[in-house]
Design a protein around this ligand. Sequence first.
Ligand SMILES: [Zn+2]
Length: 96
Amino acid sequence: MTRSTYRFVDMTIGPDLDAEPYTARATCATCGEQSPQPTAEGPTGQHSQAQRWCRTHAAIDHPGGRHLHYTATITYGWLITPAEDIGPAAEYEPGG
Ligand SMILES: [Zn+2]
């Protein structure tokens, strides 16, 4: 059995400016179709685009009936900043 010593290190978390940009998309829970990659910048415009796609998709007369259930997927990066050195960071590739 090995023994380890632990210590607490303060860490802050905030937006990761190196990560992929904020993205809001919708997925139809019935057929799995996904709204297109948003062209609007910012959450409000992207949410509007995704919701508009949901309404359009729900208006289609699908063979088995209307598709009324959707999942919203919001993607954005967070970055941890330790208050002191806790060792080297792993290599990071945005979107990878
Ligand atoms: Zn669908």
